[in-house]
Every structure is written in C-alpha cells, then in structure tokens.
Design a protein around this ligand. Structure first.
Ligand SMILES: [Fe+2]
Length: 484
C-alpha cells in the first residue's frame, strides 16, 4: 500500500436535495472533501430529472421542499430504483423519525447536525472503501498524464475527469467532467500528501488549451513577475510533456508558439533572466527545463545582437524549445548517463538526436526551414569538431550558432544529471571561455556576456562588430554548405 492509499476516496455519487442554497453549498463542500461526488438539486422535481439520467448511490434530501417534497421524492425513488435516502428536517416533531423510517427512509437527521454525525451515517450505509473498488480502477499507467498538484489550475466545470494515483496502475477518480474541483479540496489532498493529480491522456490537450487560454492574459496582466514566470514555466512544461508523449503536429506546434511568445514577451530585463534560472532549477524534468532555458536565453541573445524582428525572435525561441526534440525517441536511461559512462553505441544514439529531431519536425506542415536548420545543426561547432556533419563556422546557420551557445550556457546553469548542482551565469560563462572558446561564434558569445553584464575579454571586444539591426533572416548573410 502506498501512502496515497490512506486517502478517503469513495467515488460514491450523492444527490443532495436542498432548497437553502447556503446550507446546500456547505454540505456539498464537506461531502466533496471526503471524496464523494455530489450532484445538487434545489427541489424534488429537479432531483427526479437528475435521477432520470444519472445513477446515484445515495440521496440526502430535505423534507420541506418546493414543488416535490422530500417524502414524495422518497416514494418516487422507492417506485423507480431503490436507492438509500437520508431525510433531513429543520422542524423535528415527536415520533417523526420512526414514522419516516417506517415509510422507507434509510436514515433521518435533524438540523442542525454535526459533520461527524453525517459521516458516521455514510459509513454505516457504504461501509469502508473496499479493496474491490480500488481494483475496479486498475488501468495502465501510460493512459494517464500527471500534473504537479501545486501547478494544477482548477476552474469551474472542468472539461475532464481528474484522478489520483493510489499505486501502480491504480487510479481513483476524484472529480468528474463538468464538476468543480475547489481550492479547499485540492488543499485537503495536499494535506494527505498527494503530490500529483492525473488526467486521462486524451484529455491532456483540453487542459493545455485552458492553460494556453490563460497564457497571454497572465503575460499581459499586472500580477508580479515571479508568478508570471512560474505560470509560463509550467505551461511550457505542459506543452513539452504533450509533445514528448504524443508527438508534434500543427496543433502542438501552434500551442508552443503561443506560450513561447508569451514567455519571451514577459522576460524583458536582466534581472528577469536570473529569476528564470532560479525557477528552471526547481524543475521536475531536466530536459524540459533545459529546452525552456535555451528558448528564453536564445531570444535574449538575439535581441542583444539586434536581430530584433518578431520573425527572427520567433524562429530562435521555437528552435530553442524544440532543439532537443529528437531525444524524445531515446531511452531516458541512456540520456541520464554521464558522458564518460556511455558506451560508443550509446554515444552514437545520443548523437543521432539532431537528425531525429529534424525528421520529427519536418513532418509538421509549414515549419520554417530556419527552425529545421537550428535543430539539425545545434551541435555543430565553429572548429568543425561538432556533429552530425562536422561543419565549420560559416557553413553553420547563424541561428544554429546562436542556439549552440544558449545550449552550452544552459547545460551549466540548469541542473541536469551531469551537472546536479547547476551554476551561476558568471561561472557558466567563465567555463565556456576556459574550454575552447573558438568552438563558439564570438559575436554570439559576446552578446551572451553582454546579457549578463559579464566583462567582455579584449580579444572578443576587438573582433566584435556591432551589426545594424536585421529585419528578417534573409538579411542574415551566411554561406551554407550542403548538409543534407
Ligand atoms: Fe542537443
């Protein structure tokens, strides 16, 4: 049994019939906190309609109700489909309890009653959640996507079911499509040490849709930057999770564009870039954090180089986000191995990721060729020692040279299996300069130093020519060797 097994989840459906809105709301919330799915009706007529299309495990009904009262509802239920019913009243009379039970009520409660009294009655009716109930939820893990409970965005009338995972292949639904998963209920799960909520894989895109709907709003709003970054980081991670699980298509590429644009437009100052590193280092998946970092720092380097046109920034930030997409086809155990422990065969597999990535994205209609070049060439280096082709500086696409520097910078600053601590931007730049700086395009490297206010060494400054602002990529002159 996992620690999550201790959670009180019944999955039972209760129809709550009460015309006093305030009382009904309190009661609903309490029942939901204990894991019941609650359907509400303000009178017996509405309850009869709900029973026409939804099977319930229990009815809790007030006696005095407009139109069809609780007693009439009880007779209706007895005639149609017998379901246990608890009647409640605010006007107790002598002998009423006995009379109601003789008439067919399962239990009777007088208002006001304590929460524990109701819970005790429910336990008498349903018993403890049985092992059978849990086994019924058994299913394959690959059918679900997890979301950190702290990151979960709830809303009214969610478009999907939400689950918690009890143990391997055992999931229990805690909220139905159309229901409202309240903040209080999420809080109660956290108190029970639940760390993740789960969605069915086929519903994941609906959740992303909802986050994407919020992304531009959050980016343009006046909430503090920390919260904005956090939200955008999480949305970027969702997009990458979707891409790593389901692959890339026009829709997921378009979704990525929305969130990348919101992210890049939110990061405007140097101080933001330091915060982004901090936030990325609180990641749950190093691969996603790395790709988000390369996208954001790539865009900042491009701005510093005055490659300012929105088309250039878009291509670079998308190239950054997707540069390692080829790794989605590679076993995580191989990816997590430190370089020195990899066999020659494993190294070959890892070095195939630029080609794999380009093949994956090539299938998406309308992908700009510049993005494909970034993905294919981001491990080439100016000395001709890179892979997959071994191109030299001027044969490498300028955007790929830029992403190569952002990639190297992020491999130092953002935690990963080879670098479990992560280091500051200053130390990262220092290491890049110490380790064969001629691998990198010096203009790009100088721009990176400028972004972080790092003193640019004389030999770099001398050689650096500030370019005029470039409006689109066709104006970036480069000679390209035939790579494919
Ligand atoms: Fe890579």
């Amino acid at each position: 049994m996992s620690e999550e097994d201790s959670i009180a989840i019944s999955g039972k459906k209760i129809l709550l019939v009460e015309d006093d809105d305030a009382f009904r709301n309190v009661l609903r919330r309490n029942l939901e906190l204990d894991g019941y799915q609650v359907f509400e009706a303000s009178n017996g007529r509405v309850a009869q309609n709900i029973l026409g299309f939804e099977t319930m495990d229990l009815i809790i009904s007030d006696i005095r109700l407009p139109e069809v009262n609780g007693i009439e509802l009880m007779h209706f239920v007895k005639r149609t489909k017998p379901i246990p019913i608890i009647l409640i009243t605010g006007f107790p009379e002598m002998g009423l309890e006995q009379e109601l039970i003789e008439l067919g009520a399962t239990q009777y409660l007088e208002k006001p009653f304590k929460r524990e009294d109701l819970l005790k009655l429910l336990k008498d009716i349903f018993g403890e959640p049985s092992v059978e109930e849990v086994i019924k939820t058994q299913t394959d893990d690959y059918e679900y996507c997890k979301i950190d409970i702290d990151d979960f965005i709830s809303g009214r009338e969610m478009k999907y079911d939400i689950f918690v995972r009890l143990s391997d292949q055992k999931y229990v639904r805690i909220a139905h499509e159309g229901a409202d998963l309240s903040q209080e209920r999420i809080k109660s799960f956290k108190e029970k040490n639940i760390k993740f909520l789960y969605l069915k894989k086929e519903d994941f895109s609906k959740y992303i849709e909802f986050s994407l709907f919020l992304a531009p709003v959050v980016s343009a709003s006046h909430i503090n930057k920390e919260k904005k970054f956090l939200f955008l980081r999480k949305t970027n991670e969702l997009i990458l999770e979707d891409i790593y699980l389901n692959g890339v298509n026009e829709i997921s590429f378009d979704n990525a564009k929305t969130v990348v644009e919101a992210t890049v437009s939110t990061v405007t100052a140097q101080e933001d870039l330091f915060k982004v590193i901090q936030l990325l280092n609180e990641h749950t998946d190093f691969l996603y954090a790395h790709c988000i970092g390369v996208s954001v720092y790539g865009a900042m380097i491009a701005k510093t180089l005055k490659w300012n046109s929105p088309v250039n920034i878009y291509k670079i930030s998308m190239g950054g986000l997707f540069h390692d997409v080829g790794k989605k086809e590679i076993d995580r155990d191989i990816l997590n191995k430190p370089k020195q422990d990899r066999s020659p065969e494993e190294t070959k597999i890892i070095e195939s990721h630029p080609m794999r990535g380009m093949e994956i994205l090539r299938k998406v209609k309308g992908i700009p060729n510049d993005i494909l070049q970034i993905i294919f060439q981001h491990h080439e280096n100016c000395t001709g020692q890179g892979y997959p082709v071994g191109l030299r500086k001027h044969a490498i696409h300028p955007m790929a040279r830029l992403i190569a520097v952002a990639n190297e910078f992020c491999s130092y600053t953002i935690k990963n299996p080879e670098n479990p601590e992560g280091c500051s931007p200053e130390i990262a730049i220092k290491k890049i300069l110490e380790n064969e700086p001629n691998q990198w395009d010096h203009n790009v490297l100088s721009a990176l130093m400028e972004v972080f206010n790092y003193p640019i060494p004389l030999e770099f400054a001398k050689g650096r020519v500030r370019k005029k602002p470039v409006e689109n990529t066709s104006e970036i002159a480069f000679k390209r060797k035939k790579a494919f």
